[in-house]
Design a protein around this ligand. Structure first.
Ligand code: IMP
Length: 204
Protein backbone atom coordinates (compact mmCIF):
# COMPACT_ATOMS: atom_id res chain seq x y z
CA UNK A 1 0.00 0.00 0.00
CA UNK A 2 2.78 2.39 1.06
CA UNK A 3 4.78 1.43 -2.01
CA UNK A 4 1.89 2.24 -4.35
CA UNK A 5 1.38 5.60 -2.62
CA UNK A 6 4.99 6.61 -3.32
CA UNK A 7 4.92 5.29 -6.88
CA UNK A 8 1.80 7.34 -7.61
CA UNK A 9 3.41 10.42 -6.05
CA UNK A 10 6.53 9.99 -8.10
CA UNK A 11 4.45 9.70 -11.25
CA UNK A 12 2.65 12.90 -10.41
CA UNK A 13 5.98 14.65 -9.66
CA UNK A 14 4.57 16.39 -6.61
CA UNK A 15 6.65 18.78 -4.50
CA UNK A 16 7.44 17.36 -1.05
CA UNK A 17 6.23 19.18 2.04
CA UNK A 18 7.02 17.83 5.51
CA UNK A 19 4.18 17.83 8.06
CA UNK A 20 5.86 17.70 11.49
CA UNK A 21 3.60 14.93 12.78
CA UNK A 22 3.40 11.15 13.00
CA UNK A 23 -0.31 11.17 13.87
CA UNK A 24 -1.86 9.11 11.07
CA UNK A 25 -5.23 10.82 11.45
CA UNK A 26 -3.73 14.29 11.12
CA UNK A 27 -1.63 13.18 8.15
CA UNK A 28 -4.69 11.74 6.39
CA UNK A 29 -6.66 14.94 7.06
CA UNK A 30 -3.87 17.13 5.66
CA UNK A 31 -3.28 14.84 2.64
CA UNK A 32 -6.99 14.95 1.78
CA UNK A 33 -6.69 18.73 1.31
CA UNK A 34 -3.10 19.18 0.06
CA UNK A 35 -2.56 15.81 -1.59
CA UNK A 36 -3.17 16.76 -5.23
CA UNK A 37 -0.49 19.48 -5.09
CA UNK A 38 2.01 18.23 -2.50
CA UNK A 39 3.45 14.99 -1.28
CA UNK A 40 2.83 15.45 2.44
CA UNK A 41 5.72 13.68 4.21
CA UNK A 42 5.58 12.59 7.87
CA UNK A 43 8.34 12.89 10.49
CA UNK A 44 8.92 9.15 10.30
CA UNK A 45 9.48 9.41 6.56
CA UNK A 46 12.33 11.91 7.07
CA UNK A 47 13.86 9.67 9.77
CA UNK A 48 12.79 11.92 12.67
CA UNK A 49 11.78 9.93 15.76
CA UNK A 50 12.45 12.77 18.21
CA UNK A 51 10.10 13.60 21.06
CA UNK A 52 9.81 17.26 20.12
CA UNK A 53 9.26 19.23 23.34
CA UNK A 54 6.00 21.17 23.34
CA UNK A 55 6.91 23.64 26.05
CA UNK A 56 5.21 26.83 24.86
CA UNK A 57 2.13 28.26 26.55
CA UNK A 58 0.27 28.94 23.31
CA UNK A 59 -0.79 26.82 20.32
CA UNK A 60 1.17 29.14 18.05
CA UNK A 61 4.28 28.79 20.21
CA UNK A 62 4.14 24.98 20.09
CA UNK A 63 3.46 24.88 16.34
CA UNK A 64 6.49 27.15 15.82
CA UNK A 65 8.71 24.96 18.05
CA UNK A 66 7.83 21.85 16.02
CA UNK A 67 8.29 23.52 12.61
CA UNK A 68 11.61 25.12 13.63
CA UNK A 69 12.86 21.82 15.07
CA UNK A 70 12.40 20.09 11.71
CA UNK A 71 13.96 22.97 9.77
CA UNK A 72 16.95 23.33 12.14
CA UNK A 73 17.75 19.62 12.62
CA UNK A 74 16.67 18.11 9.30
CA UNK A 75 16.85 21.06 6.91
CA UNK A 76 13.36 20.69 5.42
CA UNK A 77 10.81 23.40 4.83
CA UNK A 78 7.77 22.16 6.69
CA UNK A 79 4.56 22.88 8.51
CA UNK A 80 3.49 21.86 12.01
CA UNK A 81 0.18 22.10 13.82
CA UNK A 82 -0.87 22.40 17.42
CA UNK A 83 -4.44 21.95 18.56
CA UNK A 84 -6.32 22.64 21.75
CA UNK A 85 -9.82 21.97 23.05
CA UNK A 86 -11.10 24.98 24.98
CA UNK A 87 -14.04 24.31 27.32
CA UNK A 88 -15.93 27.35 28.60
CA UNK A 89 -17.07 25.80 31.93
CA UNK A 90 -13.44 24.80 32.64
CA UNK A 91 -12.13 28.33 32.04
CA UNK A 92 -10.63 27.34 28.68
CA UNK A 93 -8.97 24.11 29.87
CA UNK A 94 -7.47 21.86 28.70
CA UNK A 95 -6.41 24.27 25.90
CA UNK A 96 -2.73 24.08 25.08
CA UNK A 97 -2.44 21.13 27.52
CA UNK A 98 -5.06 18.99 25.71
CA UNK A 99 -2.64 16.15 24.85
CA UNK A 100 -1.56 15.65 28.48
CA UNK A 101 -4.88 16.48 30.14
CA UNK A 102 -5.08 13.16 32.09
CA UNK A 103 -1.33 12.96 32.77
CA UNK A 104 2.05 12.68 31.08
CA UNK A 105 1.63 9.34 29.24
CA UNK A 106 -2.14 9.22 29.03
CA UNK A 107 -4.20 7.74 26.20
CA UNK A 108 -6.98 9.40 24.17
CA UNK A 109 -9.46 7.35 26.26
CA UNK A 110 -7.93 8.66 29.51
CA UNK A 111 -8.42 12.24 28.29
CA UNK A 112 -12.00 11.59 27.19
CA UNK A 113 -12.84 9.97 30.54
CA UNK A 114 -11.28 12.82 32.52
CA UNK A 115 -13.22 15.36 30.46
CA UNK A 116 -16.50 13.50 31.05
CA UNK A 117 -15.76 13.41 34.81
CA UNK A 118 -14.84 17.11 34.98
CA UNK A 119 -17.97 18.05 33.00
CA UNK A 120 -20.29 15.79 34.97
CA UNK A 121 -23.39 17.74 36.00
CA UNK A 122 -22.30 20.95 34.22
CA UNK A 123 -25.00 22.70 32.22
CA UNK A 124 -22.74 24.93 30.15
CA UNK A 125 -21.08 22.48 27.74
CA UNK A 126 -19.81 25.02 25.19
CA UNK A 127 -16.36 24.32 23.76
CA UNK A 128 -14.26 24.94 20.70
CA UNK A 129 -11.32 23.37 18.97
CA UNK A 130 -8.56 25.64 17.67
CA UNK A 131 -5.60 24.73 15.49
CA UNK A 132 -2.59 26.85 14.63
CA UNK A 133 -0.39 25.79 11.74
CA UNK A 134 3.14 27.20 11.47
CA UNK A 135 4.78 27.04 8.05
CA UNK A 136 8.46 27.58 7.37
CA UNK A 137 9.07 28.18 3.68
CA UNK A 138 12.10 29.71 1.98
CA UNK A 139 13.36 31.21 5.24
CA UNK A 140 10.02 32.83 6.14
CA UNK A 141 7.56 31.82 8.86
CA UNK A 142 3.77 32.00 8.43
CA UNK A 143 0.85 30.97 10.66
CA UNK A 144 -2.72 29.91 9.85
CA UNK A 145 -5.61 29.35 12.26
CA UNK A 146 -8.78 27.31 12.23
CA UNK A 147 -11.59 27.08 14.80
CA UNK A 148 -14.82 25.15 15.22
CA UNK A 149 -17.53 25.73 17.83
CA UNK A 150 -19.40 22.94 19.55
CA UNK A 151 -20.11 21.39 22.89
CA UNK A 152 -19.00 18.48 25.07
CA UNK A 153 -21.31 15.46 24.95
CA UNK A 154 -22.35 13.66 28.14
CA UNK A 155 -21.08 10.33 26.74
CA UNK A 156 -18.99 9.17 23.76
CA UNK A 157 -20.69 8.94 20.33
CA UNK A 158 -19.24 7.22 17.25
CA UNK A 159 -16.20 5.16 16.44
CA UNK A 160 -14.23 7.33 13.97
CA UNK A 161 -11.57 10.00 14.34
CA UNK A 162 -9.22 10.29 17.31
CA UNK A 163 -8.57 12.22 20.49
CA UNK A 164 -11.64 14.01 21.83
CA UNK A 165 -13.68 13.35 18.65
CA UNK A 166 -16.26 11.03 20.33
CA UNK A 167 -17.28 13.73 22.83
CA UNK A 168 -17.04 16.87 20.66
CA UNK A 169 -20.39 17.74 19.07
CA UNK A 170 -19.90 20.25 16.26
CA UNK A 171 -22.46 23.04 16.54
CA UNK A 172 -23.19 23.17 12.83
CA UNK A 173 -23.94 19.46 12.45
CA UNK A 174 -25.22 18.36 15.88
CA UNK A 175 -23.12 15.19 15.61
CA UNK A 176 -19.80 14.22 17.14
CA UNK A 177 -16.67 14.29 14.98
CA UNK A 178 -16.36 10.53 15.60
CA UNK A 179 -19.75 9.98 13.93
CA UNK A 180 -18.67 11.78 10.75
CA UNK A 181 -16.82 10.51 7.71
CA UNK A 182 -13.33 11.97 7.37
CA UNK A 183 -14.63 14.20 4.53
CA UNK A 184 -17.44 15.58 6.71
CA UNK A 185 -15.07 16.24 9.61
CA UNK A 186 -12.47 17.87 7.37
CA UNK A 187 -15.09 20.17 5.81
CA UNK A 188 -15.86 21.90 9.13
CA UNK A 189 -13.06 21.04 11.54
CA UNK A 190 -10.47 23.35 13.10
CA UNK A 191 -7.62 21.53 11.30
CA UNK A 192 -9.50 21.33 7.99
CA UNK A 193 -10.03 25.10 8.11
CA UNK A 194 -6.41 25.84 9.00
CA UNK A 195 -5.07 23.43 6.33
CA UNK A 196 -7.30 25.03 3.68
CA UNK A 197 -5.84 28.44 4.57
CA UNK A 198 -2.37 26.91 4.20
CA UNK A 199 -3.39 25.36 0.85
CA UNK A 200 -4.74 28.72 -0.41
CA UNK A 201 -1.50 30.42 0.60
CA UNK A 202 0.64 27.76 -1.08
CA UNK A 203 -1.37 27.94 -4.28
CA UNK A 204 -0.66 31.68 -4.69
P1 IMP B 1 -1.82 18.10 19.37
O1 IMP B 1 -0.86 18.55 20.42
O2 IMP B 1 -2.04 19.10 18.29
O3 IMP B 1 -1.48 16.76 18.78
O4 IMP B 1 -3.23 17.89 20.01
C1 IMP B 1 -3.50 18.06 21.39
C2 IMP B 1 -4.58 17.11 21.83
O5 IMP B 1 -5.79 17.42 21.17
C3 IMP B 1 -4.31 15.64 21.60
O6 IMP B 1 -4.73 14.92 22.73
C4 IMP B 1 -5.16 15.28 20.45
O7 IMP B 1 -5.65 14.00 20.53
C5 IMP B 1 -6.30 16.27 20.55
N1 IMP B 1 -6.72 16.60 19.20
C6 IMP B 1 -6.00 17.25 18.27
N2 IMP B 1 -6.72 17.33 17.14
C7 IMP B 1 -7.90 16.72 17.37
C8 IMP B 1 -9.04 16.45 16.58
O8 IMP B 1 -9.13 16.79 15.39
N3 IMP B 1 -10.05 15.81 17.19
C9 IMP B 1 -10.01 15.41 18.50
N4 IMP B 1 -8.94 15.59 19.27
C10 IMP B 1 -7.90 16.26 18.71
Amino acid sequence: MKFRYYRDMEKKGLKKLVFASNNKHKLAEARAILGDKFEVVSLEEIGCHDEIPETAETLEGNALIKARWVKDKYGFDCFADDTGLMVEALDGAPGVYSARYAGEHCTFADNVNKMLREMSGKENRKAYFATVIALILNGQTYTFEGKVDGYIATEPHGEGGFGYDPIFIAEESGRSFAEMSSEEKNAISHRGRAVRKLADFLSK
